[in-house]
Design a protein around this ligand. Structure first.
Ligand code: SF4
Ligand code: SF4
Ligand code: FES
Length: 490
């Protein structure tokens, strides 16, 4: 047995103006789950504590709570000393009990067809990744889209796709999904990352439904324009001046000893719209002994087409990009756009003849020269496709902290992904406004990120300078070169 101290959110809407955190100390067995702790509080300290549970085995979904900021199943997650336990971000009925009914009512049911056959073996296999939902609604509670626009939410979309694959169902699921907000999903992947059943809703349901919507002519007009631009120019955005690729040599040798060689996949936004950022990256890589090869025939990675459900031309883009790097014998392809990196890592064939690394991974693998410290307080915005898409969180923070003091804010979507910035601009704007509120709370002087879409979008909604990690490192090096030698050593 052991003693654990936890804080639990208590709230009775009949009598309280808002929730309060109450600390409890309980005796529980080794390996106790959150649910054991809640039972111990209820049975030995306060019988009025309200929470839900049923199966106590990860099967019914009724016990979902938020532990230390993350939705989890209370019967599954081990309790830790100092843990803070609260309700899901849904309307609270009392303490940890939330109102599930409206959202559960939004999850569609099968409407049977007359005289249909049961699903074939192949159809059952296709449905498999979507059917293990236990209706815990953890996904809905973290979805940024539902907080600003009418959207039935991730598990409703999962169910629409599941039913679209079922030959017994009689409803036009694709049109229904579009009407329920299919194109408002920002592809942030938060729903997938909190799902206790690991259901990959963005990839397995939303992108698939969007592709089916395309077959019905329901793709958003702005997304069709982007598709056309990619097919005619190879790029998802038009240039606004000389592109990065036009400004650099194909091979850039580092200063001094060569520690490593990478091929640089630049991405549409950085090369066409924000070339100063990859130029900063080149300066940082040169300074740190990394040879950079930049195949000029590289084109869009295909992410804008995959996310918006227009997969037809993606194979062509993939083949041309793979050939561009493979032809030069490049073994490591470096990205600095979170979306391109995630796409190359997860949507390209597993047989690609090179490994893909984000620039933060490259810099940390080879090690960097210490830059000068700048007297600035900054906050870091985790790009969804870097944090959740590539699991990269501590590396960027390690690099940034070499230069400035970092103040944290919650890692939520800025609203620029999934074709939302172009297709549903009012939603993108509302999400960026919420992001700006979080930025303001930190008191930061700069915002730092690692994705051109996030940087561009956030910059349009904050008065603060928004910078890429490599630009911050480059500033640190410029400052180091300006300062007298002795000062840098201090
Ligand atoms: S990917 Fe993000 S925006 Fe889309 S449904 Fe999931 S949580 Fe919501
Ligand atoms: S999809 Fe996953 S997170 Fe969402 S309700 Fe179902 S089990 Fe819970
Ligand atoms: S009590 Fe059923 S899933 Fe936790």
């Amino acid at each position: 047995m052991k003693t654990l101290r936890v804080k639990v959110s208590r709230f009775d809407p009949q009598t309280d103006t808002g929730p309060t955190l109450v600390e409890y100390e309980v005796r529980v067995h080794e390996g106790a789950r959150i649910l054991h702790v809640l039972h111990a509080i209820h049975d030995t300290i306060d019988p009025t504590l309200s929470f839900r549970s049923s199966c106590e085995a990860g099967q019914c979904g009724s016990c979902a709570v938020v532990a230390d900021g993350k939705p989890v199943l209370a019967c599954y997650e081990e309790a830790r000393e100092g843990m803070v336990i609260g309700p899901l971000a849904l309307p609270v009925i009392r303490d940890l009990v939330v109102d599930l009914v409206p959202a559960l009512n939004d999850i569609p049911g099968l409407v049977p067809k007359q005289g249909c056959q049961p699903p074939s073996y192949e159809e059952m296999e296709a449905i498999k990744p979507l059917r293990s939902c236990i209706s815990c609604l953890a996904c809905l509670s973290v979805c940024p889209a539902v907080s600003v626009i009418r959207f039935a939410g991730p598990t409703a979309m999962r169910q629409e796709m599941r039913l679209a694959l079922d030959p017994r169902d009689s409803v036009d699921r694709v049109t229904q999904a579009v009407e329920s907000g299919l194109f408002t999903c920002t592809s942030c992947q938060a729903c997938w990352k909190v799902c206790p059943k690991d259901i990959r809703i963005p990839g397995k349901a939303i992108e698939k439904l969007r592709a089916l919507a395309g077959l019905k002519g329901l793709t958003l007009p702005r997304h069709r324009e982007v598709n056309e631009l990619i097919r005619t120019t190879g790029r998802s955005v038009a240039p606004e001046g000389p592109s990065f690729l036009e400004q650099v040599d194909e091979v850039i040798e580092p200063n001094g000893e060569v520690k490593g060689t990478v091929g640089f996949f630049v991405g549409c936004m950085y090369t066409m719209r924000l070339p100063m950022t990859p130029l900063d990256a080149i300066a940082v890589l040169k300074r740190n002994g990394i040879r950079v090869i930049i195949p000029k025939e590289q084109i869009c990675c295909g992410s804008p087409l995959i996310r918006t459900g227009q997969p037809d031309y993606v194979r062509t883009l993939q083949r041309r990009n793979i050939d561009a790097f493979a032809f030069r014998g490049i073994k490591t392809v470096m990205t600095m756009c979170a979306g391109c990196g995630s796409t190359l890592k997860h949507d390209y064939p597993e047989t690609i003849p090179f490994r893909v690394m984000d620039i933060s991974e490259v810099l940390l693998e080879y090690g960097i020269e210490k830059p000068a410290r700048l007297n600035v307080r900054a906050t870091y915005h985790d790009p969804c496709h870097l944090l959740r898409g590539q699991g990269i969180s501590s590396g960027p923070r390690e690099l940034i902290s070499e230069v400035i003091d970092l103040v944290e804010m919650p890692p939520v979507c800025c609203g620029s992904g999934g074709g939302v910035r172009s297709g549903v601009p009012e939603e993108a704007h509302a999400l960026a406004e919420k992001r700006q509120e979080e930025i303001k709370k930190t008191g930061a002087e700069w915002v730092i990120s690692s994705c051109p879409f996030c940087e561009f979008h956030i910059a349009g909604h904050t008065p603060l300078p928004v910078k890429n990690i490599t630009s911050v490192l480059a500033e640190g090096y410029r400052e180091k070169d300006r300062r007298p030698h002795r000062e840098n050593q201090a």
